[in-house]
Design a protein around this ligand. Sequence first.
Ligand SMILES: NC(=O)c1ccc[n+]([C@@H]2O[C@H](COP(=O)([O-])OP(=O)(O)OC[C@H]3O[C@@H](n4cnc5c(N)ncnc54)[C@H](O)[C@@H]3O)[C@@H](O)[C@H]2O)c1
Ligand SMILES: C[N+](C)(C)CCCC=O
Length: 445
Amino acid sequence: MPKVYPATSEVRSRRALLSREGKVALQVICKVPVADEGFVDYAVEIAREGFKVWSRMSGNERGRILANAGKMLLDAHPELARLEVLDTGKPLSESGGVGADSVQFFSGLASTVCVSGSYIPLGSKAFGYTRREPLGVCVGIGAWNYPNQIALWKSAPALACGNSVILKPSELTPLTALRIAEIYSEAGVPPGVFNVVHGDHTTGSLLAGHKGVRKVSLTGSVPTGKKIMERAATTLKTISLELGGKSPMIVFNDANIDNAVRGAMMANFYCQGEVCSNGTRLLVQESIKDDFMHRFCELTNRIRIGDPMKESTQFGALITENHMKKVAFLAISLQVPGLPSCPRPQRRCNSIRNGFFLGPVIFEKCTKDSRLLKEEIFGPVACVQTFKTEEEAIEMANGTDFGLAAAVFTNDIQRAHRVVDQLDAGTCWINEYNLSPPELPFGEK
Ligand SMILES: NC(=O)c1ccc[n+]([C@@H]2O[C@H](COP(=O)([O-])OP(=O)(O)OC[C@H]3O[C@@H](n4cnc5c(N)ncnc54)[C@H](O)[C@@H]3O)[C@@H](O)[C@H]2O)c1
Ligand SMILES: C[N+](C)(C)CCCC=O
């Protein structure tokens, strides 16, 4: 059975969008416990027991179980997608699915490079060897925008290598982790190996500082990353941080403009703009700016905003009222120095009374030091700037404290690779945006 901890005295409720007979309403959909210190200790103890069993199995045995889980997760796609819509408010067409492929991919690696070491000859009389060993209990702490994907991207490689996992999903999106735990368990993952602990920053902090935990992997904001780094340092545990971004997308005048506009849509308005790697700083070469803006605004104004449970919806609700207010402040109140080019910054979708809907916004007159160009907004707000030369584009692209992702749109393949080589970003795409198959690493530089 998956380890689901019993309710504590403190209970947090969750309001979410429910779709009934075409009407969208805000309702409490579940209550989850917030794990306190006692529960965190309990979870770590259970995970250590699970580790003893799992780490002693051969990579091949683990791989077989994970392959089974990967298939079951794929089959459960419709259900996981629906749960993710309930949790997040993002459209069904953009939910779930992403993640099962990661479990399938890592299942295939479980008995290969993940676990093999090297043989080192030391003359004729001796040799040395290295071993790759699992760490022990690994903690995954998740953000709310991709709950399925985060749970699976974190657990798949850790489990393939023989670690046990404690996942703490975001307190805003608790649902899918529990179903994923059930599926892992049904697929044959032994008790204590994949565990879910619910809670907020207090629970996350307890896990990050726990002496029985060997590694923490966070997907979240930069401030949280700094706090986790501090907490993890108290026990010298290793960490992986997947944090925020303010990524550039460069469009040169020789690019296929329709493809660049498609890329800009994907890089800004997919998942209501709540994507870490989004290319929210659109750098467009001056000579094609008018054409680009015309087509970009036209497509943006055609986005179908609405009930996230409807297959035809392309743009759902933001995660919480507070988040919507923050995005709206930046997108509506902070119109410095001009009005948005694409006039769609309405607070709510007209056809939906409830829910935190905020239409897409495109700014094209941002001054260099505008907050719009510096801060991660994490909502449907795109900023367009122009450049004259390749050198200028590279300088503008690198003018950020973040370094998560970037893209270059051009038909000149030599220029594409030359520019990518000079970009300070962890993931760079050419004539594409936000592709992230499991075969490729994803993350900060
Ligand atoms: N790089 C990536 O792969 C990636 C992917 C998705 C989201 N993100 C980033 O996540 C952010 C949005 O997500 P969010 O609002 O949930 O982020 P957040 O940092 O507020 O919270 C993330 C997780 O950390 C926990 N947490 C918060 N404070 C903590 C603390 N002091 N100690 C331990 N745990 C703590 C939360 O409970 C949550 O589970 C954005 O900045 C976005 O760019 C990054
Ligand atoms: C799969 N995407 C779209 C690249 C999202 C990765 C996670 C970032 O928020």
